[in-house]
Structures are given as structure tokens and as C-alpha cells.
Design a protein around this ligand. Sequence first.
Ligand code: CP
Length: 305
Amino acid sequence: MRDLVTLENLSAQEMVNLLDLAQNMTEILDRPLKKVPTLRGKAVVNLFFEPSTRTRNSFELAGKYLGADVINVQPSGSSVEKGETLWDTALNLSEMAVDGIVVRHQVSGVPQQLAEILDIPIINAGDGSHEHPTQGLLDVLTLRQAKGRVDGLKVAIVGDVLHSRVARSDIWALIALGARVSVAGPPNLLPDTFEDLGVEVTTDLCEALQDADAVQVLRLQKERQSTGEIPSLWEYRLRWGLTKTSLKCAKPDAIVLHPGPQNRGVEIDSDILDSPRAWILQQVKNGVAVRMAVLFRLLGGGQDE
Ligand code: CP
């Protein structure tokens, strides 16, 4: 494993190794002094072509907690504004004795292409609607902490599935680790190829939630939709939003996940977001631990903490 571009090609054992390592990293996060020297002398570039709060900052903190130097590069203020291509930007940055690049881009496939042209580890921080591998890992880590296992659980992934890179990474991780997955959303936001991935696909929200141990609510990605895909936000909430009423279709102890950022009152109601059923802030904390594990594995060269 030189890069982390997708979870599709990771074996269940490789995922479990990363989850175990991330679980160990949570112990560092609970210390009053969090800095360890594991990646001292290493340099990481966060190259983000799309906005981010959780992923960019948690990669930055993960690198810093492990002792690495981390810089953030965004199109605004860089030579991208003068017309420099992504490839030239990445090539130039890689010449600055950089040990790894974390990249987020609106175009699917960009991290894979960078991995093919650069000889340093490339970590996908979300590419178009393709994948968001560290999100998939932090979601299954949160599920494992909440339920003690992943194998045999049922997870419902609901909402704007079509545009969701999170859904794809979650599905690869959950299926590999033995979970059953159902997906639900409006017909025009449900890819018809998803049944081929081994998941149950339905347009009926309650049917997807039936017997679910966890519900992953996806953000309605208004910025990726052409006009007319959703009649109105009010109607979307009525049929697809996770409300106190619709959550009753899941198991009484089902937990609620959301990758963030949330549209409160659209895909999920505030009273659920702010309830003990929501493990969403735990997902955020686990995001730092998972990114520490990934940086350690790819830049530290070790198999164990
Ligand atoms: N979950 C996630 O990718 O959030 P950000 O867009 O804030 O990084």
C-alpha cells in the first residue's frame, strides 16, 4: 500500500489493520500533550481544490500530532490562479522534498492520476463523486466503537447517493467487513449500478431503515445538482429526511451518522443531530485518528504503531 486512493482495492485485513492502528491513535488524542515524534522530519502537503472543514483540518492536525510539517495549498492565492495546471502544481510541490500529498478535487480520478505520475504517497481526501476513503474508514471505526463489531450489522445509507463519494467508500468498507448495506434516495439520485455492488437499493426510506443498526445520512449536494432534480427542499425533507418519525423504521438502538457538513432541517432534523443517537461528533474525532493511522502507515513505513 503506497497510496490511498480507493477502498475498493483494500483487503478486509488491510482495513482492520488501519482501524486497529486508528483505535490506538485515539489514545494519543486523549493525552493532554498530543505531539509524538513518529513523523518528525516528514513533510505533508494538503492540496485542496474544494472547500473542507473536517477533512483538511483533521489531516493537518493528524500530521502535526505525529510530528510532521504540514502545509496547506489551495487554488486561491496559489499559481493556479495564474493558470498553472494541477499536474504542474503537484509536480512542483513534490520537488520541495515533500513526503506525501493529500488531495481533494472536484474531478473524480485526480488522486489516481497523481499517484501515477508522482513517486510519493498520494492520499485521496475526496475526488468528485468517486471516493472518500478516509471518511469510509472513520465511519466503520465509529460503527465498530458503537456496536463492538461491523460483521453482521445492517447499515442504511440514505439521501443523495448519486453524488456521494462517501457512499461509495462506505459501501466498499462495509461489504468487505461483513455488513449488510441498504441504500435509499429519490429515484433520480440513486445510481442503477449500485445493486451490482452487493447492496439493497430502494426508493422507500422506511424499507431501507428496516432492521438497521446504523443510518448514514448523506448531505443533499445542492452544488453538484443540475436544476430540477429536487422539486423543493420541503418535499425532500418530507420524503427523504431523517426525522423522529422516519427514524422509528430503524432498530430502537440504531445510531445515526452523517459525514458532514449537515443541512439542518433538510436531510436530517436538528433534534436528531443533537440527540444521543447521533455519533456524528465521534466521527469527527475518529477522523483525526484515522488520518494519523493513514499518514503513519504511508509515510512512517511501519506496520504497527
Ligand atoms: N466529511 C467531509 O468530507 O467534510 P468536509 O467537506 O468538511 O471535509
